[in-house]
Design a protein around this ligand. Structure first.
Ligand code: ADP
Length: 448
């Protein structure tokens, strides 16, 4: 097992990884920008190294500085968390080339899944059902129009290098398609430095259902069930739950099996998530995330499995040690993402935290790096806390979640707690009756 792990991230996820390391008796090294010198992940780690100024490109995305930090502190392994360098194949490769273990899949698998066109091809070849779409990249307006004729409107244009919901545009007619094509390309170029786009049939009322996978280096693959992440704003997740209120036992068993078989064929190892859209009883692969996800705690709550611990064990070469039949699912969990944002306009709201009180009690978990007096810097993602509630039934979970949201105090900045409070009381949500467009209709007053 590793003696010391460098955590190449910040905020709640750096803390989450630190906690798993502590539970396993592994020492931790935090890295931080100058804006984060007094962040909780730095305070709790055994050692810390400043890797640069506040902008992420100079610090948390600075591969050389992070590898230098791992080398001088003698870390055996690097955990990348999510975001930042977690899906950067070059970084994974560099880490390994320096004789340090990258806690995640191989650079080849990251590269394959990071390009959405090669990912879809690999998924199809591995037996995963995909959304009907263009065969590879769409290079011109003419090609886009021809592809749309073939699959029928509406269609969606997506960035090959996409992530975080950027570079995605829908079109319901040839006229809209011309504009959407140009817009998607320029947005993709600006966000990812790569203008390449592809097309898919636009599904009108799907749910976003994803399967959590664990695969070791010895051929064992298990799934930890699904998460329903259909509550989204601008294609970004706001609240997640497990299990999905939309799946029955048969559908769950079927998609879990298909996902495990595909992972086996791909020879993938470590944790990963296969994302699907689910409509009219059919699953359609959209992408695979080759890393830990923000919403992993809901799966931990219903399986009792520490996913970060499993990532570390797998990377160290340990066998999974259990089979699918040993994975037990119990109860229901929901996660609310709490952002430093105005709950109405979603304008970022960085600043100094005044009073701070986290909820507790049975079935309540808070993952956050906040503390009273902490300054939320303006340079990074606005998510500042995750509140996860667990109950034996969905209703028990909801009751605890409402109670916990009511106890949560974050003063000094605006947060999305009031929005989450509205969501967990909305009749459609309470009934489990929502798709990927529901939240936007709810915000517009068109759904309850
Ligand atoms: P990203 O990597 O940017 O997150 P994804 O491919 O994972 O992009 O898609 C993010 C979200 O965009 C999905 O959860 C869904 O809400 C929406 N989306 C993606 N593809 C389609 C599609 N073909 N039809 C309808 N909605 C889609």
């Amino acid at each position: 097992m590793f003696d010391k792990i460098l955590i190449a991230n910040r905020g709640e996820i750096a803390l989450r990884i630190h906690r798993a390391c502590r539970d396993m008796g592994i020492k931790t090294v935090a890295v931080h920008s100058t804006a984060d010198h007094d962040a909780m992940h730095v305070r709790l780690a055994d050692e810390s190294v400043c890797i640069g100024p506040p902008p992420a490109r100079d610090s948390y995305l600075n591969k050389a500085a992070i590898i230098a930090a791992a080398t001088i502190t003698n870390a055996d392994a690097v955990h990348p968390g999510y975001g930042f360098l977690s899906e950067n194949a070059d970084f994974a490769q560099m880490v390994e080339e320096h004789g340090i273990c990258f806690i995640g899949p191989t650079a080849e698998h990251i590269r394959m899944m990071g390009d959405k066109i090669t990912a879809k091809r690999a998924a199809l070849a591995a037996g995963l059902p995909c959304v009907p779409g263009s065969d590879g990249a769409v290079e011109s307006e003419e090609q886009a129009l021809a592809a749309a004729e073939g699959m029928g409107y509406p269609v969606i244009i997506k960035a090959t290098a996409g992530g975080g919901g950027k570079g995605m545009k829908q079109a319901r007619s040839p006229d809209q398609l011309r504009d959407a094509f140009r817009l998607a390309r320029s947005e993709a170029k600006a966000a990812f430095g790569n203008a390449e786009v592809y097309m898919e049939k636009y599904l009108q009322h799907p749910r976003h259902i994803e399967i959590q996978i664990l695969a070791d280096n010895h051929g064992a693959v298990v799934h930890l069930g699904e998460r329903d992440c259909s509550l989204q704003r601008n294609h970004q997740k706001v609240l997640e739950e497990a299990p999905s209120p939309a799946l029955n036992a048969d559908a769950r068993e079927r998609i879990g099996r298909i996902a495990c078989e595909a992972i086996g064929r791909l020879g993938y190892r470590n944790a990963g998530t296969i994302e699907f859209l689910y409509e009219n009883g059919e699953f359609y692969f959209i992408e695979m995330n080759t890393r830990l996800q923000v919403e992993h705690p809901v799966t931990e709550a219903i399986t009792g499995i520490d996913i970060v611990r499993e990532q570390i064990r797998i990377a160290a070469g340990a066998p999974l040690g259990y089979t699918q039949a040993d994975v037990r699912f119990a109860g229901h969990a929901i996660e609310c993402r709490i952002n430093a944002e105005d709950p109405e306009t979603f304008a970022p709201s960085p600043g100094r935290i005044g009073g701070f009180h986290t909820p507790g009690g049975l079935g309540v978990r808070v993952d956050s790096g906040l503390y009273s007096g902490y300054m939320v810097p303006p340079h990074y993602d606005s998510m500042i806390a995750k509140l996860i509630a667990f109950g034996n039934t969905r209703n028990e979970c909801l009751m605890r979640l409402r109670r916990a949201l009511g106890e949560f105090v974050i003063e000094g900045i605006k947060t999305t707690i009031p929005l989450q409070n509205r969501l967990v009381n909305a009749p459609d949500f309470v009934n489990g009756d929502y798709d990927i467009h529901w939240l936007e209709r709810f915000m517009a007053g068109e759904a309850q």
